[in-house]
Design a binder for this molecule. Structure first.
Ligand SMILES: Cc1cc2nc3c(=O)[nH]c(=O)nc-3n(C[C@H](O)[C@H](O)[C@H](O)COP(=O)(O)OP(=O)(O)OC[C@H]3O[C@@H](n4cnc5c(N)ncnc54)[C@H](O)[C@@H]3O)c2cc1C
Length: 341
């Protein structure tokens, strides 16, 4: 337990490095609890160097059960409440999983490995997403899931942090050691740049495409079961759609022709009108991951690091921030994600 009961919380500085989704949620949680929070971010407010800039923003703990450990669903489900509480406008209108008949066995496997879904027939799909009328015979509907648009939600959360009395310093490149003085708590959320402290971190490349078309309307993320990698289409404002994402063990941020073809073909397979869509952007981000692909809160007295959010940063960041705060305030321990050094 780190709280100094002789001084009010405002006297305990909390310095956070990195204003990606992990650092931003840590900052918000500590600022709302009354701490004096400063976030140092080496990029500018556009946040284009953060992995968070490239994310789909799906908040999908039940779909993710297909390929992740139970701790992801446990923390993810808790995070949904925190998103609802702190950002009530977050859309929670579910996600849809579809497959073509040739991928039926993969679809059934996905249904078995996941929970909290209902099976829809073709008319159920058309009721939810009229643009998909006649396209698929069956779908899984995960009614409790949500999604955010990372490029608009980060500035919104940064504004909420300012309202809660916190400060963000952009263009501020910091080293955790230089901030660790007196009674300050330092929370290192540098993502993949924290390899000086975590040599076992690696980047897992995720490629994505953004297209624009007025001819398809979707209200929620649609996942297409695919034999090689999970692909999804997420509606964004202005008739735009993010098509993502590959998962490749590589640390360059180039997009291969193969990946672009796969992503665009998947979109076309969901709806042929995507063939006429305009390509707005193609890019890739590197997901920070530990060897077990699980998130980690590493604690060394007042120096804490939150990293390894892998493909679940938006899903897990709120719950991880709540755990960090509970540790600093009450010494509460979560054995599944905390480690001591
Ligand atoms: C294509 C793709 C799709 C994804 N889709 C989803 C999804 O649908 N749902 C989901 O939950 N997750 C998704 N993810 C995963 C998610 O994006 C990551 O888990 C998350 O962004 C990691 O956040 P972070 O804050 O740890 O790292 P980052 O977002 O990289 O933030 C780290 C920040 O630290 C800053 N920094 C680094 N070093 C310093 C320094 N010395 N001083 C100051 N600042 C520093 C960097 O500039 C950066 O802004 C996706 C990822 C990709 C690539």
């Amino acid at each position: 337990m780190l709280q100094d009961t002789s001084s009010p919380r405002g006297d305990i500085p909390v310095n956070i490095i990195g204003a990606g989704i992990a650092g931003t949620w840590q900052a918000l949680m500590f600022a709302r609890a009354g701490y004096g929070v400063t976030v140092h971010e080496r990029g500018d407010a556009a946040m284009t160097q953060a992995t968070s800039h490239w994310a789909g923003g799906m908040l999908a703990p039940w779909c993710e059960r297909e390929s992740s450990e139970p701790v992801i669903a446990r923390l993810g489900i808790r995070s949904l409440d925190l998103w609802r509480d702190r950002l009530p406008e977050t859309p929670f209108n579910g996600s849809l999983v579809v497959a073509h008949p040739r991928d039926r066995s993969d679809f059934d496997r996905f249904a078995k490995l996941t929970t909290d879904h209902e099976r829809l027939d073709a008319s159920g799909i058309a009721d939810l997403e009229p643009s998909l009328d006649g396209r698929f015979r069956e779908a899984l509907f995960f009614a409790g899931e949500g999604h955010v648009e990372p490029r608009t939600v980060l500035p919104k959360l940064h504004a909420k942090l300012a309202e809660a009395g916190g400060t963000i310093r952009f263009d501020s490149d910091c080293d955790p050691e230089s901030l660790a003085r007196d009674n300050a708590v330092v929370i290192d959320c540098r993502g993949l740049s924290a390899r000086d402290k975590h040599p076992d971190l690696r980047g897992v490349k995720g490629e994505m495409v953004i297209v624009e078309t007025p001819d398809v309307q979707l209200s929620r993320p649609v996942r297409l079961i695919h034999p090689r990698w999970p692909l999804y289409i997420i509606p964004r404002d202005g008739n735009r759609f993010m098509i993502g994402a590959t998962s490749i063990e590589a640390e360059d941020t180039g997009v291969s022709v193969r990946s672009a073809l796969e992503l665009l073909t998947a979109a076309y397979a969901v709806h042929p009108a995507f063939a006429e869509a305009r390509i707005i952007e193609i890019g890739a981000g590197l997901r920070p991951a530990f060897p077990d692909n699980l998130p980690r809160i590493s604690i060394d007295k007042r120096r804490i690091s939150v990293n390894g959010l892998y493909r679940h940063g938006f899903l897990l960041a709120p719950a991880l921030a709540e755990l960090t705060l509970a540790y600093v305030e009450r010494g509460a321990i979560d054995n599944e994600v905390m480690q001591w050094s």
